[in-house]
Write a protein of this length. Structure first.
Lengths: 485, 92, 471
């Protein structure tokens, strides 16, 4: 059952007050966050202030919205006014935004209770959450393993029951990959469906904010709440075609599922087996499965890294020690101050990506790398367009493997890049995709699959994901951590 | 082929210092990453130019003044400030 | 050997929009430091730009007024460089798809200065250097600019001066900028090279920045021309570099080399979408353009018979020509209005800035009223001139200073009678005139004017006197 609805029922039936509920979560954070490291900043005062408002409404007998009073977390790259927002980088330590990201503005108005800011890879650059200045979040299924990245803190907090849901961001898989690693549901919306205003940019043409929660219904409720046209974001279009929540329980009989063979290449056997089992579940539900090739996907990973790093090198130029954040102590002249601030403030992975991005944009290399990558981006977009003439959605593994052990990802950057192979095409083409748990490996670590839809077809993929969740509930498991409702 | 000079040059453009003893290692890493990126050179050129992901155009704001923030707000996060300005001391 | 100057201009013009290019902050000049700012224009992490519609419209107007083609598809790019006045570490500009291209401005010698492109971009903040430290004010950051780039078509400083003046006049006439060089709302960078006269090869060029008046531009170009000729004559080579002009010493000097190489790594700004301009929109905007100064000047010369020099003065400032147009409306003799403006009013509105504002106590309507009295032969030119001075002093209308008795003019029979009186009373003068002393007529004329208390038309009196004397 939907975690959000469960809490909503507890609150409206007055079995628990919002303040008590908030206290419960904060206590669990106190006891469990030491090991999960999901939160980098706990905002108890703000949470209680919001809870009081909700309780006041409840005591007056007023109706509350589904998200009102539900404790949640926000990834640390989403600007929250007056609350430190660091992107888990030394360079933004102490930075308290003077404005709210549009998504948080919306949820705060809807009465969401933010318990704190969630851990992430520094500037969302990483696949294990371990490039975080504050150390990586761990996996609630086994804390010797990482939570995944970059939205590792959100996935860890939700999986660890120290938040009912959370907002993450996905540039190349940063919502879906940690959701998959932590056995959660994570939605990367269509580019433009959710406002990016206030999301601290990694790669502007790829970034999207989306929810991580326990169930498909939860994800649908949150998506409906945050997807809206925002005049502050020139690329914003909002949700198209009404609420998804009233469509998630539709029948999926006759739905056409596409499987691109490229997605199954190089995928570990246990993952492949779990995904193919899910295909069988879908067939049993009356869906039709179609196999095809998408050769353009072979180039998706380098295309992604070239575009993402190019944009990042420009987006991260502003951290210079003048207007906000960290500033070096000893220097000689403005130029020296900027270089020292940046060299001391950014971690190794961020520096690597800035350098790569600068390289692919610099004179003499622009055509061979950036321009060519943009051109191939067009090719990949077209390949998906063609695919969606044949099927309603594409089913693929989310990650070719399960959660790595802590420390593994840091040792080999390029090998880690390769783990993004299944997630990046969606960002390149601006498509929606939802990652859903579809099994466990022999060590008990969760396996995820993603349902990739055509632009603005969130309702379709959430409907299909929900049908699977109902048919295979055994893949949605609780962990030992956190609040027991 | 990424050279030490390439890395030094892009480090300058990126406003990052690379210590002499890090340079060889970083050059090697960059070479590996660039080799990985070179995979796209084998891709057929579609000749299609990519515009923007949702092919949007003419998204404008009307020319109507919105009140600015007080300078205290603007300067709130400044590591150093003086006389309502962001301050960059020449030495520290 | 004789050398020829080859010059090109890159001119930044601040647009007179109400708000900045990507946010709703005001573009007003000045203001307390960092008070015209918001999260967007100080580049706080996570903020996004939203393009001001009026900026695009103004840029298209500027393009049309300078004979440019307007791009059907334009886009915004990021120009990446780090400097404390640039809060995002990139300037949003247009690189390979500017809004306007391939225009020209024609000079009075008939040469066309080709305009390569006009693109829109954002201004940077302001740095104040004091006791070795740097103070940053972002009020100006994000103010919309157009950059107007010419081909290297200039061959003399006279052409440069005329180009800058014409550009100012055009931009002011269409209302897209006040083009005040002193306040920095118009800034020129000039590229200069020299070559032997007759050669068609371009020499190595230098770029001069930091000139805040037309006079300085001309002086800097002259200095730089001489300097480059000296370098070449003495067997040296001109180095391609960026120079700063120093007003006080009238010299150019190399600007401190920027710490980074000039590689701006332009790429499309993913936060902004494509700008499409339909041909219908272009024509719609073209229709709204006011008459341009050059066309106005020609009209004054041809339709009003105003001397070219005066027509140029009237059309140099938008407000002056607007004032003139309003005052002459319905009058038979626009030349009188022109003479009054240039002769009397300009004496009180002396500076460039005052002429630009042209805030005159006498309204165009009041001036028209005065000139109408002359046209109707109700008062004399001289009296009108004196009256105008009083009007300018007080801002009151002409009727406040003209007695009933001054009015009504003098009819032809009265003039004849007065002339007869003068002839009869001054036989000596008549004899002198008849003896060939032309000047003698003046005393007779004076006499008649005295009789009419200055109301008679001197031309008519003169003619009548001659007629009567010659019988």
């Amino acid at each position: 059952m939907s975690e959000i609805k469960k809490i909503h029922d507890l609150l409206t039936s007055k079995q628990i007050s919002c303040k008590e509920l908030t206290e419960k979560y904060l206590k669990s954070i106190e006891s469990d966050n030491g090991e999960l490291n999901a939160y980098v900043n706990v905002t108890a005062d703000e949470a209680f202030a919001q809870a009081e408002k909700v309780d006041a409404k409840l005591s007056k007998g007023e109706d509350i919205g589904l998200l009102e009073g539900v404790p949640m977390t926000v990834k640390d790259n989403i600007s929250t006014k007056g609350v430190e927002t660091t992107c888990c980088s030394k360079i933004l330590t102490g930075y308290k935004p003077i404005y709210n990201a549009t998504v948080w503005e919306k949820l705060e108005n809807d009465g969401a209770v933010m318990l704190g800011k969630a851990n992430m890879d520094e500037f969302a650059m990483g696949s294990s959450c371990e490039t975080s200045y504050f150390g990586g979040a761990t996996n609630p299924f086994n804390t010797k393993h990482c939570a995944g990245g970059s939205s590792g803190g959100v996935a860890s907090a939700v999986g660890g029951n120290i938040a009912a849901y959370g907002l993450g961001s996905d540039t190349g898989g940063s919502i879906r990959q940690p959701a998959s690693f932590c056995g959660m549901v994570g939605l990367k919306p269509t580019y433009g469906a959710v406002s990016r205003y206030g999301l601290i940019a990694y790669a502007s043409s790829l970034d999207q904010i989306g929810p991580i929660a326990k169930t498909v219904e939860d994800v649908s409720i949150i998506y409906d709440a945050i997807s809206d046209y925002d005049p502050k974001d020139s690329t914003s279009q909002g949700r198209q075609g009404g609420m998804t929540f009233d469509k998630v329980n539709n029948d999926i009989k006759g739905m056409k599922i596409g499987i691109a063979r490229e997605y199954l290449e190089g995928v570990r056997d246990d993952v492949k087996e779990a995904v193919l089992n899910a295909v069988k579940v879908y067939e049993s539900l009356g869906a039709e499965v179609i196999y095809f090739d998408m050769p353009a996907l072979k180039f998706a990973l380098p295309v992604y890294y070239i575009i993402a790093c190019a944009e990042a090198s420009s987006n991260l130029g502003r951290y210079d020690g003048i207007r906000y954040g960290f500033k070096t102590e000893h220097y000689n002249g403005t130029h020296d101050m900027m270089c020292r601030t940046r060299s001391e403030g950014f971690g190794a992975e961020v520096k690597r990506r800035i350098l790569l991005g600068t390289y692919v944009l610099s004179a003499g290399y622009y055509d061979a790398y950036y321009k060519k990558a943009q051109n191939l981006r067009g090719t990949i977009v077209k390949a998906f367009d063609d695919a969606f003439t044949k099927c309603d959605f594409i089913l693929a593994p989310t990650v070719p493997m399960t959660a790595f052990e802590m420390g593994h990802a840091v040792s080999d950057p390029i090998e880690t890049y390769l783990t993004d192979i299944c997630t990046v095409p969606v960002n390149i083409a601006g498509l929606p995709a939802v990652s859903v748990p579809c099994g466990f490996n022999d060590k008990g670590m969760p396996i995820g699959m993603q349902l990739i839809g055509n632009k603005f077809s969130e309702a379709t993929i959430l409907n299909a994901a929900n049908a699977y969740e109902k048919a295979a509930p055994e893949n949605f498991k609780e962990t030992k951590w956190g609040v027991k409702l | 082929m990424v050279t030490r000079e390439d890395v030094e040059n892009i480090a300058i453009l990126s406003k990052l210092f690379v210590a002499e003893d890090e340079l060889d290692d970083l050059t090697k890493q960059m070479q590996e990453i660039v080799e990985f990126a070179d995979a796209i050179n084998n891709a057929p050129d579609s000749g299609e130019e990519f515009d923007n992901i949702n092919n949007l155009s003419n998204v404008f704001r009307e020319d109507v003044v919105v009140e600015s923030l007080p300078s205290e707000e603007i300067l709130k996060n400044a590591p150093e400030q003086a006389e309502d300005h962001f301050l960059v001391r020449n030495h520290n | 050997m004789k050398y020829e100057l080859v010059g090109g201009f890159e001119t930044h013009v601040e647009l007179s929009t109400n708000t900045k290019i990507f946010c709703g902050c005001t573009t007003k000049f000045g203001g307390e430091p960092n008070t015209h700012c918001c999260p967007v224009c100080i580049g706080l992490p996570g903020t996004l730009p939203k393009l001001n519609r009026q900026v695009v419209r103004y840029a298209i107007m500027a393009g049309l007024a300078t004979n440019c083609e307007i791009a059907e598809v334009a886009k915004m790019d990021r120009k990446n460089y780090c400097y404390p006045d640039l809060p995002k570490a990139y300037q949003i500009s247009e690189y390979d798809k500017p809004l306007c291209e391939h225009g020209y401005i024609e000079l009075s010698n008939g040469r066309k200065i080709r305009i390569l492109r006009i693109h829109i971009e954002e201004d940077a903040g302001k740095l104040v250097h004091a006791h070795g430290d740097t103070y940053v004010d972002y009020n100006r950051g994000g103010v919309p600019l157009i950059e107007i780039v010419t081909e290297p078509d200039f061959r003399s400083t006279d052409e440069a001066r005329e180009y800058v003046e014409k550009l100012q006049q055009i931009m002011r006439a269409i209302g897209v900028s006040d083009c005040r060089m002193q306040e920095g709302s118009m800034r020129c960078d000039v590229n200069i090279s020299v070559r032997p006269e007759g050669s068609d090869k371009l020499g190595t060029r230098t770029e001069i920045k930091n000139m805040n008046s037309i006079n300085n531009i001309v002086k800097a170009m002259e200095y730089e021309f001489e300097r480059q000729v000296d370098v070449i004559e003495s067997g040296g080579k001109v180095i391609q570099e960026t120079l700063r002009y120093d007003d006080a010493t009238n010299t150019t000097s190399s600007m401190r080399g920027k710490e980074d190489a000039n590689d701006y790594r332009y790429f499309r700004d993913p936060d902004l979408v494509t700008i499409l301009t339909s041909r219908e929109e272009v024509e719609e905007i073209r229709k709204t353009l006011p008459e341009l100064p050059e066309a106005k000047k020609q009209r004054y010369i041809e339709d009003y018979d105003i001397p070219e020099k005066d027509a140029a003065l009237l059309t140099k400032y938008r407000k002056v020509s607007e004032y003139f147009d309003e005052a002459v409306d319905g009058l038979k003799n626009p030349k009188t209005v022109s003479n009054f403006i240039i002769g009397s009013i300009f004496r009180r509105v002396e500076t460039e800035k005052d002429k630009e504002a042209f805030d005159v106590t006498v309204s165009p309507k009041q001036l028209k009223e005065l000139v109408k009295l002359i046209e109707d032969k109700k008062i004399q030119n001289n009296l009108a001139k004196k009256t105008l001075e009083k009007m300018l002093d007080t801002g009151k209308s002409c009727m406040e200073f003209i007695d009933e008795s001054d009015l009504g003019g003098v009819d032809d029979s009265a003039i004849e009678q007065m002339c007869k009186n003068a002839i009869d009373g001054n036989p000596n003068a008549v004899a002198d005139y008849k003896g060939g002393k032309e000047k003698a007529l003046m005393s007779l004329l004076g006499n008649v004017m005295k009789q009419s208390r200055g109301k008679a038309d001197a031309q008519a009196v003169r003619a009548k006197l001659i007629e009567l004397i010659n019988g």
